[in-house]
Design a protein. Structure first.
Length: 212
């Protein structure tokens, strides 16, 4: 029997702190590249919950009158670089991982579940956050899928499965916190577990393991 592949979301699942640096970097880089003026609520006024960075950028630009932006892939790389520049000088002592995240991930590892990130964040942003939260060791390089790689979470799930060696959909579970996480999992033919306000918990992992 194939063991489980667990695809873990970041924001709201592993990482529970509002991070204004991401919004700042996104707006700055969109403004510079596409010569648009964006309002303070440019991101919150579009359907951004559970979306990939590429999709959020497209929605924000469309609201600003740019329907077919060019070079979004290049923009996304620049967005990640700008975020890391801002992060280097930022005080993140208030950052909070889900209280049970480390214990839950240890439970998965002990059960020999394959673990990878599945997030709308660009990979450098996701991994920088995991590093600062002390969770980076759970997520090996070359695995998972990230928000600069597709606008579609469904496509990211397929990419993460390919990177895991063509992992079967029936043995793959996404753990997230938004309706988009649930709907994309369903569309991709995998199961999903949606966590609450406390993010990833040991109970959620027990639910995942008992459903294997």
């Amino acid at each position: 029997m194939t063991p489980l592949l667990a695809l873990l979301d970041v924001d709201g699942t592993l990482f529970l702190t509002d991070d204004p640096l991401a919004g700042l970097a996104l707006k700055e880089t969109l403004t510079d590249r596409y010569d648009v003026e964006l309002s303070d609520d440019a991101i919150s006024s579009v359907d951004h919950q559970g979306q990939t960075s590429l999709r959020i950028a497209r929605l924000v630009l469309a609201a600003a009158g740019i329907e077919e932006p060019e070079d979004l892939d290049d923009w996304c790389s620049g967005f990640a670089e700008r975020y890391l520049d801002l992060l280097a000088g930022a005080d993140t002592s208030n950052w909070r991982a889900a209280p049970e995240a480390e214990a839950a991930l240890e439970r998965l590892a002990a059960a020999e579940v394959r673990i990878a990130l599945l997030t709308g964040n660009p990979e450098p942003i996701a991994r920088a956050r995991m590093q600062r939260l002390g969770l980076a060791s759970f997520f090996p390089a070359g695995q998972g899928a990230f928000g600069c790689e597709s606008e579609s979470r469904e496509e990211l799930i397929a990419l993460a499965r390919r990177r895991a060696g063509g992992w079967p959909a029936g043995s793959t579970v996404e753990v997230g916190d938004t309706p988009s996480d649930a709907s994309s999992s369903q569309a991709a033919g995998i199961r999903s577990i949606i966590v609450g306000e406390e993010g990833l918990t040991v109970d959620a992992i027990q639910q995942l393991l008992s459903s294997a």
